[in-house]
Write a protein that binds this ligand. Structure first.
Ligand SMILES: NC(=O)C1=CN([C@@H]2O[C@H](COP(=O)(O)OP(=O)(O)OC[C@H]3O[C@@H](n4cnc5c(N)ncnc54)[C@H](OP(=O)(O)O)[C@@H]3O)[C@@H](O)[C@H]2O)[C@@H](O)CC1
Ligand SMILES: Nc1ncnc2c1ncn2[C@@H]1O[C@H](COP(=O)(O)OP(=O)(O)O)[C@@H](O)[C@H]1O
Length: 450
């Protein structure tokens, strides 16, 4: 058993169906899995209980409840006061939530909702067994009106995608993992992103070795978004970064605060990585056909995504691009527009939505938000565990788009999927601060963490 995050290594994630198959195979040679699970829960409970009151173990009807009963037995054997039941004891030192795990298949019953509410109200820390009760393992969404908000969650046997995306992060608290001594015998459903080393910089490199980025966007009144993207590409290490500021006068400088940035246009920069759409407004629509046909590698964000959502011809141009040459970076509303769906429906299963969109448009899709998903045709999807609410600030998405462009300029042979995985994780890590973060400061943090 170990604390899970932050992780530097990529880790395999398994959905409910895969976890069930792994469990079935494992039980053939290791019939004592529930004993191992309950012991792990008891060990963690000993470490995190607060005070000398009873440990309240709330057990459900299935094997999740079984893990809870085994844990209760171990704790009682150690002489701890233990209360097993659905009613709260006086001043518990810890609640062990063993109501529902992998087997959750409908909105919790009224009785279970009352128990969850009592757990939440009793004031003791909550340790969830395998999953916070009421949270769906595949999607990270509550199945009903309430799911446990745990202080600690001990994932057992496998890591499930719902621990990391959707509402999962808000419900799990600190994550722990025990594989119960089992090595899964099948391919993961998705990967949890690990850390990717920064691009290699040769001692004999010159600025031409590190590629070009062309940021297209920044319509009047929204130039800050394009400038954030361009500054991020520059800070990432791109050799030259140009800006095509929509509607700006030819003599305007690219960015008065960043003299390294230059004005440029597609016609002069046919090999640049395009970062298009940041602060672009509606005027980007007219420029898109040329950009989609002309640039070999594209990161498409914001208003460019909205223009594509509204125009079937632009979608066809996107699909005609070579495999691995395009990354889309929608937030949930932009992704919903691209799929012609509503945001809530899309958020209900983020992994499935990102895969659907990637297949629909033939591109890499970064579905942003807590637990960003990266999905590409023919690739296993990835889930990002890094990042946090400090990133919920205007401009942090522009920084991500620019950073992806900067990475890609330095690694022209990499696929959109590989660039997205590396960049999204770095962006998330840089955004892990307490309190608020300005998007400009996020660029500095990204640059210094390399
Ligand atoms: N087998 C092993 O050795 C190992 C097992 N492990 C542990 O087992 C867990 C999976 O156990 P599980 O498959 O029994 O499912 P579980 O989460 O207990 O729920 C099923 C029960 O809940 C019920 N139910 C469902 N939804 C409901 C609702 N909304 N409201 C009310 N009831 C609802 C459902 O009822 P039914 O649908 O059958 O009517 C059924 O009775 C896994 O998360 C891990 O903790 C691991 O430690 C590895 C070793
Ligand atoms: N709570 C959160 N946890 C993790 N990442 C977050 C959170 N909120 C926002 N982010 C990240 O911040 C960025 C916001 O992007 P976006 O919504 O496009 O903002 P903007 O358009 O203002 O630049 C995305 O990369 C998103 O994944």
């Amino acid at each position: 058993m170990h604390a899970l995050l932050p992780t530097t290594a990529a880790l395999p994630l398994f959905d409910v169906a895969a976890s069930r198959r792994i469990e079935t195979h494992a039980l053939v040679h290791s019939p004592d899995l529930m004993e191992r699970a309950g012991l792990a829960v008891a060990k963690l409970a000993l470490a995190i209980r607060r005070g000398g009151g009873p440990v309240w173990v709330a057990c459900g009807p299935g094997n999740n409840g079984g893990d809870g009963h085994v844990a209760a037995r171990h704790l009682a054997a150690l002489g701890l006061p233990v209360h097993v039941g659905h009613d709260a004891p006086q001043r518990p030192a810890l609640v062990i939530d063993a109501l529902l795990g992998l087997g959750l298949n409908r909105a919790p019953s009224t009785e279970l909702l009352a128990t969850i509410a009592a757990m939440q109200a009793c004031g003791a820390p909550i340790l969830a067994v395998d999953l916070p009760s009421g949270l769906l393992a595949d999607t990270g969404q509550p199945a009903g009106e309430l799911a446990v908000r745990a202080d600690h969650t001990l994932a057992l046997l496998t890591l499930k995608p719902g621990l990391f995306t959707g509402e999962g992060r808000a419900h799990c608290g600190r994550l722990w993992f025990d594989d119960l001594g089992i090595t899964p015998d099948e391919a993961p459903t998705a990967d949890l992103l690990g850390r990717t080393p920064p691009p290699h910089r040769s001692p004999t490199a010159h600025k031409g070795s590190h590629g070009q980025v062309l940021v297209v966007g920044g319509a009047p009144g929204m130039q800050g978004a394009a400038r954030l993207a361009a500054r991020a590409a520059l800070a990432c290490g791109a050799g030259r970064v140009y800006m095509d500021l929509l509607g700006a006068a030819a003599e305007d400088v690219a960015d008065p605060g960043q003299p390294e940035l230059m004005r440029g246009h597609l016609a002069e920069l046919p090999q640049a990585v395009g970062v298009i759409g940041c602060g672009a407004g509606a005027t980007i629509a007219a420029a898109l056909p040329e950009l989609l046909r002309g640039l070999p590698r594209l990161v498409i964000d914001a208003d460019a995504l909205n223009a594509i959502a509204a125009d079937a011809d632009l979608q066809d141009l996107l699909r005609a691009r070579p495999a691995g040459s395009t990354a889309l970076t929608p937030h949930p509303l932009e992704a919903a527009r691209l799929l012609g769906r509503d945001t809530a429906g899309l958020q209900a299963d983020r992994l499935a939505a990102a895969r659907e969109l990637a297949g629909h448009l033939g591109c890499t899709v970064v579905l942003k938000g807590s637990g960003s998903i990266i999905a590409s045709p023919g690739e296993r999807p990835a889930v990002c565990a890094s990042g946090g609410p400090a990133l919920a600030t205007a401009g942090s998405g522009d920084v991500l788009a620019g950073w992806l462009g900067g990475l890609w300029a330095q690694q022209p042979g990499a696929s959109a999927h590989a660039i997205a995985c590396a960049g999204v994780d770095a962006h998330g890590r840089a955004g892990e601060v307490d309190g608020a973060l300005r998007a400009g400061d996020l660029i500095d943090r990204l640059a210094t963490q390399r």
